[in-house]
Design a protein around this ligand. Sequence first.
Ligand SMILES: C[S@@+](CC[C@H](N)C(=O)[O-])C[C@H]1O[C@@H](n2cnc3c(N)ncnc32)[C@H](O)[C@@H]1O
Length: 352
Amino acid sequence: MAAASSPVLCPSSRFGPSSSRGFHGHTLTLRLPHRPSFLSTGSSRWLRVSASVSVSVEPETKAQQDDSRDIPLLSCPICYEPLIRKGPSGFNLPSIYRSGFKCPICNKSFSSKDVYLDLTVTSGTTEYSEFKPARTELFRSPLVSFLYERGWRQNFNRSGFPGPDEEFNMAQEYFKPVKGGLLVDVSCGSGLFSRKFAKSGSYSAVVALDFSENMLRQCYEFIKQDDTLLTTNLALVRADVSRLPFASGSVDAVHAGAALHCWPSPSNAVAEISRALRSGGVFVGTTFLSSPVNTPLPFTALRPLRQFFMQETNSYTYFTEKEIEDLCKSCGLVNYSSTVRRAFIIFSAQKP
Ligand SMILES: C[S@@+](CC[C@H](N)C(=O)[O-])C[C@H]1O[C@@H](n2cnc3c(N)ncnc32)[C@H](O)[C@@H]1O
């Protein structure tokens, strides 16, 4: 039975009792349109990786056990069971890239594509495809992903966003109670903040997570310009914010910069973030407000019409501050607080 509400598992027992169901003769074939520089393979665009075929898992050495304490569990996006990992230890890009992951319950394998680990439900499908609303699909485009940190994001300042450095400092203040824990930067885009969180040394590991393959590729392009980031505990994961690949209660901090208005269902997303956070865990988000001050009565009356229009036109969904607070509360989060500057809001809420 899927452990949707299972407690955090001891990292040193991450292979658990199901480890005997490891990869049996499993071979991964990875397509590499852009060969990552950390792989010293030949010129072939296809890389064949044979994962370990041993059925029983060898006992870990003391050093490996110590090492694994800092390594977060990635879980199956279908049943939330922690994934069995085979490959080198460590949570940096090269070691994750060389690892294979498998759900012991669903029996589904997950592997890295290009430079990110694909933990979407549809990972590996050959025929099935589905499209999200335009506000999600827009960011999957290679052009938008390329332009994002090259002008697109800077435009946000005109609406009151204070800029990445100050936004980062504000987020770090909120994250003080969870210093040293696992931080997931959901909807990280090209990793503007993931890189800052990873470089800060404030977290045991950072997961840069986005639904857009091209944003994650851009993220890798930026990461490889900085050698220290390649050996930092920083993973690139493709996932849907409404289906986070983490066991319930296993994440210390979730950051979502300029993302709430892009999500297909903000309520499903915040509920999912709340599920993944451990007790005391902190969620910090920024977005554009539909109105920077309390909405006056006539506009409140028009709100359903506005929401309907936004859904129909598939444009971004903007909320008032009261709506965001209400959303956090309805997803079981407490200690809501925020700072507003014109249309910019940074808010934080905590898992009780
Ligand atoms: C405006 S960008 C924000 C990037 C970055 N966090 C920042 O602060 O600049 C919004 C991001 O949300 C991502 N996104 C949209 N829908 C998503 C979903 N369903 N799951 C995960 N990410 C999603 C997009 O791919 C895009 O990268």
